[in-house]
Every structure is written in structure tokens, then in C-alpha cells.
Design a protein around this ligand. Structure first.
Ligand code: ZN
Length: 181
């Protein structure tokens, strides 16, 4: 951020008095522009023993597979966000069930929340942000072609739970990727 969205004056990046972290501060109108983590909400849409995945038509991870999910909007609940993302990315209608996983992705300041969900019919197709939508059995999951680690982790837990005969709620932290020196 370079300019204040309240008054248009240039902002400085400094620790406001009484605070502990640097913020974008407007020295003209005194507005402090806080930046906080983003919530990503999504669904695990189930149909019999299969789940619905979308192949991404957008960056990042264009061409990779993911569960329908995306940034939560203002004034919606997490469950409403999961249903909306599923409608947008897969043109699919779901009944949102239990919250399944909450995954901290702290190094990019995101929290990912996935719900189990019941696909209500087979009338789905790719939305604007998807190249392809299809149902996958566990054996068909394209593990090496999944877009995000939080999705891969949630799917692994999901199929483990299914084999164990009980779905549990999972909280996990995804560490920053280790880049070779
Ligand atoms: Zn200002």
C-alpha cells in the first residue's frame, strides 16, 4: 500500500504508538490500515463413494486439481462461502455438512476451512474458474496433480477417516515450503 484509501495521502509503514507490529499508517488522517489473514473456505462434495474435484482454469496452479474453494466474502458465513464457491467453480449444488478441516497456512497468512458436503445432483459442470469438473473415487484421485498442500492433506485425512469408519474434525498447520539453497 502506498496511498491512504481514506484520504489519498501517502502512507508510511511503522509501528503505531501502543502497537507491536508495523502497519501502514496515514500521517494525514491518522487512519491505521490493518492487514489480517484471509480465510479460504471450501467443500468436499460427496456422491456415493466419490468426491467432486475441479481442474483450475486460473493461476496459481493452472491445470491442477482442487476441491471447490476460495476466499470468503464479506457478510457470509463460512458454510455459505463453501456452498457459493462450489456453485461458482463447479456449478454444483451441495448440502453443507460438518466442518471437516481447519488448516493454518501461516507463512501466507491464510486459514483454510473445508466442509464435508452432500452433492445434491449430478448436474455439475465447469464454472468460469475451472477447466474440468469430475467425480473421483479414492483410487482415481490425481495425488500428484493436486493444486494445494491443504487440499492434499485434507483428502488424505478424509480417506483415512472413511476407511476407519468415522470422520473426525482435523486441525493442522502447513509449514513454509523448504527451498533448496
Ligand atoms: Zn489518510
Amino acid at each position: 500500500m502506498n496511498f491512504c484509501s481514506q484520504c489519498g495521502a501517502p502512507v508510511s509503514f511503522r509501528i503505531p504508538s501502543g502497537d507491536s507490529l508495523p502497519r501502514h499508517v496515514c500521517d494525514h488522517c491518522s487512519t491505521i490500515h490493518y492487514s489480517n489473514p484471509k480465510l479460504v473456505v471450501g467443500a468436499i462434495p460427496e456422491w456415493e463413494d466419490k468426491i467432486l474435484l475441479c481442474r483450475r482454469a486460473i493461476e496459481p496452479r493452472h491445470g491442477k486439481w482442487t476441491l471447490p474453494s476460495g476466499f470468503m466474502e464479506n457478510h457470509e458465513t463460512t458454510a455459505e462461502g463453501a456452498a457459493r464457491e462450489t456453485a461458482e467453480e463447479a456449478c454444483a449444488r451441495i448440502e453443507v455438512g460438518e466442518m471437516y478441516s481447519l488448516i493454518n497456512v501461516a507463512h501466507i497468512s491464510q486459514v483454510h476451512i473445508l466442509y464435508r458436503a452432500r452433492l445434491l445432483d449430478l448436474d455439475f459442470r465447469p464454472g468460469e474458474e475451472s477447466l474440468e469438473t469430475r467425480l473421483f473415487s479414492e483410487a482415481e484421485i490425481p495425488w500428484d496433480e493436486l493444486a494445494f498442500r491443504s487440499i492434499a492433506l485434507s483428502l488424505r485425512l478424509y480417506f483415512e477417516d472413511r476407511r476407519a469408519g468415522q470422520y473426525r474434525f482435523h486441525v493442522a498447520d502447513i509449514p513454509a515450503p523448504v527451498h533448496p539453497a
